[in-house]
Design a protein around this ligand. Structure first.
Ligand SMILES: [Zn+2]
Length: 459
């Protein structure tokens, strides 16, 4: 027997921090850590965009032959191949990296592709054997996707990806003639696209959002973020976007936009809802893997290329990660951010800041075990106290505009409103790590046993 005191299984970090923990830069034409140099990217409307999601379709899918509906080309390529940990180590060992420091010239030679340094995690003997080393944080991905999507369909200035540059880019590519600049008069102008809400519909949608109230503990008061006169949202937090994306968006827009636009958005909403469920079945994840490719391909037919930021692209990898590592709620930043908030309140601010700077979730045994409660502030209390918890409606509407909240929901598949437990988290980590060792790293377990416990007879 041996005592396994602590082990790093994987990191949970936002996309910019990926560079630091993985050594692969998340900027430029090869920003995706999974696809690496094989990602499909291009320069559109003044920035790098990531298209080509037809590569994940079956090789004989009819969409592969369409050109004008997509980026003007047919698609014959297969999906990018996956790199094994050993291949990565081998490649990193061949490269020379400049030492860290502000005075060092940071221009990378082309042979380095997006590698910036060899991460220290590879000093761990098992690190290259892991199938998943760094998690894409679904909390940040969902927030960024939501901002892009809602900013575009509401045509919010500064947030929309449907800009004049994007329209000119469509003209340059010779696709989507209906979205080209209107040059009927002396001055070219950008007409409202078919995927954006008309001004009256936009107002109706914002009124609908501002009229929704939630039961205590479910969400914060999203109505405070709605600016009806300004036609925009202000101050939406990550969890607001989470609730908005999964509950309000598909309901609010379904009668206001064309069916071809609404369907993929509803599918995207369901994708996040199922992906972030407390329990995941393998068959469900395989279905999600199929769904997200459909969503991204349909988006490619609807929105201009400028819409496809790196955050849009990485959604295609989320089901694969869930297949490898299990439910998302153990691998995203919500519990960590809440714990950091609690610790800050308890006067451990400097340590909290240290953890936040690293943007990495490690098993931190020295931190005090703090029971977290999902306290919501500034919530509009719409539920009368005499209602029992089992009969609480999921939503209460002061103005039932679309008539969709008649059904009462007595349970939720998510556990965000339940107290976060470090014990559950730790047990999950232990089980997962031992499972990984057992499944894929038998040699490592034997080697570890021989090196550190040579006199014991079994592991
Ligand atoms: Zn990728």
């Amino acid at each position: 027997m041996f005592t396994l005191r602590a082990a790093v299984m994987w990191t949970v970090n936002d996309f910019p921090a990926y560079t630091m923990v993985s050594g692969w830069s998340t900027k430029g034409y090869m920003a995706c850590l999974v696809c690496k140099e094989d990602v499909t990217s291009g320069w559109h409307a003044g920035k790098v965009c990531y298209l080509g999601h037809r590569r994940w379709l079956p090789w004989d899918h009819e969409w592969r032959e369409k050109d004008k509906e997509f980026d003007g080309n047919t698609e014959r390529r297969l999906r990018p191949r996956e790199w094994s940990g050993d291949e990565i180590v081998e490649q990193l060992n061949r490269l020379d990296f400049a030492p860290f420091g502000k005075t060092v010239n940071r221009t990378r030679p082309s042979t380095h592709m997006n590698w910036t340094h060899k991460p220290m995690f590879f000093e761990l003997p098992y690190w290259s054997k892991l199938k998943l080393r760094h998690n894409l944080d679904v909390m940040h991905v969902e927030k960024n996707v939501f901002d892009t999507l809602v900013g575009t369909i509401l045509d919010i200035e500064g947030k929309t990806k449907d800009t004049i540059k994007a329209r000119l880019d469509l003209e340059r590519m010779g696709i989507r003639r209906g979205l080209w600049m209107n040059r009927d008069s002396d001055k070219a102008r950008r007409d409202l696209a078919f995927f954006s809400l008309k001004p009256n519909d936009k107002k109706e949608f914002l009124k609908f959002v501002s009229s929704v109230t939630f039961p205590d503990g479910y969400a914060s008061n999203i109505a405070r973020c709605v600016n009806i006169d300004g036609g925009k949202f202000t101050g939406l937090k990550s969890h607001d976007c989470h609730v908005f994306m999964q509950r309000l968006l598909p309901v609010g827009i379904r009668h206001l936009l064309p069916e071809d636009v609404v369907k993929p958005i509803m599918l995207l909403s369901r994708f996040f809802s199922q992906l972030t469920a407390k329990t995941l079945r393998k068959t469900d994840i395989l279905q999600l893997r199929h769904d997200i490719v459909q969503v991204l391909c349909k988006f490619e037919m609807i929105f201009p290329p400028a819409f496809f930021t790196s955050m849009m692209h990485v959604m295609v990898h989320l089901p694969e990660e869930a297949l490898l590592a299990g439910p998302v709620n153990y691998r995203w930043m919500y519990p960590i951010e809440r714990l950091l908030g609690e610790l800050k309140k308890s006067g451990l601010g400097f340590r909290v800041q240290g953890l936040r700077d690293e943007n990495t979730c490690l098993v931190a045994q020295s931190l005090p075990r703090t029971g977290l409660r999902d306290e919501t502030h500034r919530v509009r209390r719409a539920i009368s106290p005499e209602l029992s918890p089992s009969t609480l409606p999921l939503w209460t509407l002061s103005e039932n505009i679309l008539g969709v909240f008649a059904r009462r929901c007595t349970s939720s598949s998510r556990n965000l409103s339940q107290p976060f437990s470090w014990d559950d988290f730790s047990i999950h980590l232990d089980c997962e790590f031992l499972r990984i060792l057992r499944d894929d790293n038998c040699d490592f377990v034997a080697q570890y046993h021989q090196n550190f416990h040579p006199h014991s007879s079994s592991v």
